[in-house]
Design a protein around this ligand. Structure first.
Ligand SMILES: *Cc1c(COP(=O)(O)O)cnc(C)c1O
Length: 378
């Protein structure tokens, strides 16, 4: 194929924005200093990291000393969950949900294997957790509630503000994985009542391998790594200056024109959905009809496997669920958790739009998917 396929996999990763690349380049070349050095090379790098910290803090509506840069979203989740349990060793109970990304789910599993009580709260048929199901699990020994802000597979938004208020009333710390939400909808850490919030650079048009954890002032947290005192002792290791600068620039871009972008992307997403619904009899939406990320459409095609369908449509690049466990035909655990039978869930395809997606792209994608579905049915 001469042309690259249309990229409809923005929940797997996003390309760097040109302004992100421009911001980063000097820190890959002439401004190579170590931010801990006191000479001008170091001070220039330190100023850039400080600036990026302020840029990200502005996006989250927090103070810049509440940002800890990490090596990505996975590390931010690990730091939040393991860091709280280490800081509160007497509290041996954690609450999470059945739809978390592996970067949360597998950390909770590890803690459960080492003697923690872990309760995993289910979701309803549109993929949302219920606040009362969560609060029913609160105990005096609960250290932490961790619940994602929006799901990477379905895009479904969770009742984070209500969960945060309930947790705070009970003195339970609250972490949310907002990796998929930033840049797609407004995120205010105070409105959400969160103590900890994870950021993944590459879901936000910044590089892979950089992220951040928001840590509300006063939150008990222990570092995962030991080393020199970088990031207030919470994440030792010489800062990845260029990538952090890129994350700061991406945070500025995320806030700029967010309303307009959100509305335009919702329109395109729904156009794609309508075109597919008209062409594919029995097509089902996985997820809430409205309480969903503006870029995410996860649909089930009847009587085919999503993997086979995507293989028959070289015109588009998409995924059948979470990119992290590609290569096997097992049904998505997130979609099965919503009550969809596994044999139906395997027909799911996740189409995720991005900044560069056009109306022509979604029209072509809908036509190609519908035609391939017809061909597969024979
Ligand atoms: C991508 C993703 C992560 C992991 O972030 P990395 O930077 O890839 O480690 C965590 N949570 C969610 C919801 C994600 O989509």
């Amino acid at each position: 194929m001469d042309r690259l396929p249309i990229y409809l996999d923005h929940n797997a990763t996003t390309p760097l924005l040109p302004e992100v690349v421009d911001a980063m380049l000097p820190f890959l070349t002439e401004h190579f200093g170590n931010p801990s050095s006191s000479h001008v090379y170091g001070q220039r790098a330190k100023a850039a990291v400080d600036n990026a910290r302020q840029q990200l803090a502005a996006l989250l509506h927090c103070s810049s000393d509440e940002i800890v840069f990490t090596g990505g979203g996975t590390e931010a989740n690990n730091l939040a969950i393991v860091g709280v349990t280490r800081a509160l060793p007497k509290r041996r109970h954690i609450i999470t949900t059945v739809i978390e990304h592996p970067a949360t789910a597998n950390v909770c599993r590890m803690l459960s294997e080492s003697g923690y009580h872990v309760d995993r709260v289910g979701v309803d048929p549109v993929g949302q957790v219920s606040v009362s199901d969560v609060t029913a699990q609160f105990r005096s020994e609960t250290a932490l509630l961790t619940a994602m802000h929006s799901n990477n597979e379905t895009g479904v938004l969770q009742p984070i503000a209500a969960l945060g208020k309930a947790a705070r009333e009970r003195g339970i710390l609250f972490h949310t994985d907002a990796a998929q939400s930033l840049g797609k909808l407004p995120v205010h850490v105070d409105d959400l009542c969160v103590d900890l919030l994870s950021v993944a650079g590459h879901k936000l048009y910044a590089p892979k391998g950089v992220g951040a954890l928001y840590v509300r002032k006063g939150t008990p947290l222990q570092p995962l790594l030991r080393g020199a005192g970088h990031e207030r002792g919470l994440r030792p290791g010489t800062e990845n200056v260029a990538s952090i600068v890129g994350l700061g620039a991406a945070a500025v871009a995320a806030a700029h024109g967010l309303d307009v972008r959100q509305r335009a992307m919702t329109t395109l997403r729904d156009r794609l959905h309508h075109a597919l619904r008209n062409a594919v009899t029995g097509l089902q939406l996985n997820g809430h009809p409205e309480q969903r990320l503006c870029n995410t459409l996860n649909v089930r095609f009847p009587r085919v496997s999503g993997t086979a369908l995507l293989a028959a449509v070289p015109e588009i690049a998409a995924s059948t669920g979470s990119a992290c466990h590609d290569g096997n035909e097992t049904a998505s655990a997130v979609i099965v958790a919503m009550g969809v039978p596994a044999e139906d869930a395997v027909g799911s395809v996740r189409l995720t739009l991005g900044r560069s997606t056009t109306q022509a792209d979604v029209d072509l994608a809908a036509r190609a998917l519908a035609a391939a579905w017809q061909r597969l049915l024979g």
